[in-house]
Design a protein around this ligand. Sequence first.
Ligand SMILES: Nc1ncnc2c1ncn2[C@@H]1O[C@H](COP(=O)(O)OP(=O)(O)OP(=O)(O)O)[C@@H](O)[C@H]1O
Ligand SMILES: [Mg+2]
Length: 290
Amino acid sequence: MEEPIIDYKHKTPDVQKQLEALREKPVVLDVEGAGKTFHGENGTVEALKDISFKVHEGELMSIVGPSGSGKSTLIRIIAGLETLSCGSAKLDGNTIDSPGPGRGMVFQSYSLFPWLTVEQNVAFGPQTLGSSKTDATNEAQHWIQIVGLDGFEKAYPHQLSGGMRQRVGIARALANKPRILLMDEPFGALDAQTRAQMQAYLLQIRRTIDVTILFITHDLDEAVYLSDRVLALDANPGRVAELIDVPLVRPRKPEMFSDPHFLSTRVHVGHLIHGDFPEEMKELEFLKEH
Ligand SMILES: Nc1ncnc2c1ncn2[C@@H]1O[C@H](COP(=O)(O)OP(=O)(O)OP(=O)(O)O)[C@@H](O)[C@H]1O
Ligand SMILES: [Mg+2]
């Protein structure tokens, strides 16, 4: 017999408890009525409109949405690299108006210093923040271990695989002890197998150090699998379509990809982002008309 279809809003008591515990944690990031309009050569673009959400301590929230829905703009605003046109974004109650060590960034491109070793790349932040060379090296060692790269301290970025480089990027961001880790499609350039490994690493890192994470991805399976909540955006203008609770307990395990709760949530998020049909189906509909 086929599995009954579960409403994506259905939650087991364990999941309910988990989500309630999360909501009682302090708010790290508070975005309220945020809007961003770009005035460029090609006219005016309303990239973000009336965005409001809160990220709690220890939460992993994903942001998904069609290309151009303002995901990167939003994360750049939170990083302090871009300013808001209206509304506010606060980190621990303080208005964000410039970059700072409270936010660690990991991008799709590795952005490591190619002339520095793994250890030197990771120690760079603490040293800039005032640690002595010895302390910074010790700190680097700690973070290198957390991302599972011990033994590669003296390697240079070009000697590492893409996944390993991205782990150095994560270690480097964590070494500044950010209040929130901002990740913009960090695994987007990796092959499927490496990507799955990186997801496992990220979940493990989160279990070890309980860091708060805001994570942009195009991969809806990844968004649901990793997150406590998924913020789905609409495009033109970029607006909140829905903030969805993920009805899965932690720790997450790969078996959960076939859990009915996972599937119902994944299907719902797919509908929000792609409309009524998944992307592949749309293509077929298009062919039928011609
Ligand atoms: N500096 C800028 N100047 C003018 N327009 C911009 C600028 N940055 C972003 N935009 C516009 O804002 C909108 C949102 O862009 P953004 O890069 O945030 O989208 P995104 O959701 O990250 O897309 P993708 O999934 O393709 O990465 C787009 O229409 C884009 O062209
Ligand atoms: Mg983007």
